[in-house]
Design a protein around this ligand. Structure first.
Ligand SMILES: [Mn+2]
Length: 271
């Protein structure tokens, strides 16, 4: 009864299958959690989703930016980009079921007490409980009748600063940007949605979100996230576990065994 957490799969079906085989994943007993970005850019998003859905209640995910973008594309709110390689997923007969399946997932969930999973990160002014409550706010919209408005209004880089008084689409966009796209904050705490460097290549005015002191996060609390392939799994802190190791870009796909605190990684096969 092992519990695993996998980094960004991004439609890399062959890598996903091979990694699950490597650890002898048993769908009858083991469970798999994903940090989001299940699809897009990789060679077979449709087979990826079919495999993950076949795991039933043994599989859970949080939503990544590519997952939300797929939902927007599926509703005709955005055009599909050829390099996302989503055509066969968008044309599959069970597309309506896949859309409903996707809408149930949150932006953030607890893997265990004191361990939060979120696609991009925890905004440094928020506690884990606050993130879960903001994630609920978004889920209520995503599962409710105004879900297409939520998706339509989520595009954009502002606002850069959080205030509890934010409301409507500005509030929703800030929450979604933090949970699914954030990497760096500027010195004054503003979100920088453009920089994608590795932290060591970034100007000193930018700090990775996990390096900014968060008074609401206690030392025994832990964050598991994906999204930032340039980190290559390195946060230099045992409190933050980065699982996106850029398989879709030719690097590695990483799986964490939660119970053993052990990671497994594979590279794309050479054939
Ligand atoms: Mn992402």
């Amino acid at each position: 009864m092992a519990r695993y957490v996998i980094g960004d799969i991004q439609g890399c079906y062959e890598g996903l299958s091979r990694l699950l085989d490597t650890v002898k994943f048993d769908p009858a007993q083991d469970s798999l959690f994903a940090v989001g970005d299940l699809i897009a850019r990789g060679e077979d998003s449709l087979s990826t989703i079919r495999l993950l859905r076949s795991l039933g209640p043994q599989f859970k995910t949080v939503l990544g930016n590519h997952d939300l973008h797929f939902l927007a594309v599926s509703q005709g709110l955005k055009k599909v980009k050829a390099n996302d390689k989503l055509e066969s997923l968008l044309a599959c007969p069970e597309l309506p079921d896949i859309i409903e399946w996707y809408r149930q997932w949150p932006l953030a969930m607890l893997l265990e007490d004191n361990m939060l999973m979120v696609h991009a990160g925890l905004y440094p002014a928020w506690s884990i409980d606050k993130m879960l409550s903001l994630s609920n706010e978004i889920s209520q919209e995503l599962q409710g009748p105004r879900w297409c408005q939520l998706l339509e209004n989520m595009y954009g880089n502002g606002p850069a600063y959080w205030e509890e008084s934010l409301s409507g689409s500005a509030r929703q966009r800030f929450i979604i940007n933090c949970a699914t796209r954030m990497r760096f904050l500027s010195a004054d705490g503003g979100l920088n949605m453009k920089a994608k460097y590795a932290p060591e290549d970034a100007p000193s005015s930018l700090q990775p979100w996990f390096k900014v002191k968060n008074p609401a996060l206690r030392p025994e609390q832990h964050i598991v996230f994906g999204h930032w392939a340039a980190l290559m799994g390195k946060t230099h802190s045992s409190q933050f576990t980065a699982l996106d190791t850029g398989y879709v870009w030719g690097n590695q796909l990483t799986l964490l065994n939660l119970d053993l605190a052990q990671t497994f990684a594979i590279s794309p096969s050479s054939f």
